[in-house]
Design a protein around this ligand. Structure first.
Ligand code: FES
Length: 141
């Protein structure tokens, strides 16, 4: 029997096309956020990744404002399999626009995964705080 698993990377996985399509039809997704694995199967189909991150993973560092892809407050980093290069690829997504069931196989990093009080802040986070920046600092002058 052919395996559904094509490859694994960090916390992400890659499924062959038929396995991926079966997952979408079954309304189920498996992905990781900051290294923690999540299985989703009982949420409404219109649940966004942003709603999942904030309401289910309880990671409130990822914000939202416009909820239509315009402000960038909800951006997270995603590592996913690129079918062209056949390698994991890192890209940014507006989590307010992405259905959570689209995230199958993704490794997602939020601001808490970049740095936090327990593990230590990333240099950029520390500089932002030391210069009185708040949140993302997008509006700072
Ligand atoms: S909330 Fe504004 S781009 Fe997502």
């Amino acid at each position: 029997m052919e395996s559904d698993l094509v490859d694994e990377f960090e916390e992400g996985i890659v499924l062959n096309d038929s396995a991926y399509n079966r997952r979408l039809e079954a309304k189920a997704a498996s992905f990781s956020i900051n290294g923690k694995r999540y299985e989703v199967s009982s949420l409404p189909g219109n649940t966004t990744l942003n709603q999942f991150i904030r309401g289910h993973a309880h990671l409130l560092g990822t914000k939202y404002m416009c909820q239509e892809g315009g402000c960038g407050a909800c951006v997270v980093a995603v590592t996913a399999y690129d079918v062209i290069s056949k390698k994991p690829k890192v890209f940014a997504v507006n989590s307010c626009l992405v259905p959570v069931y689209k995230c199958h196989g993704w490794s997602i990093k939020t601001v808490e995964g970049v740095g936090n009080a327990r593990a230590g802040y990333h240099e950029i986070q520390a500089r932002l705080a030391s210069n009185y920046g708040t949140q993302c600092g997008y509006c700072s002058q």
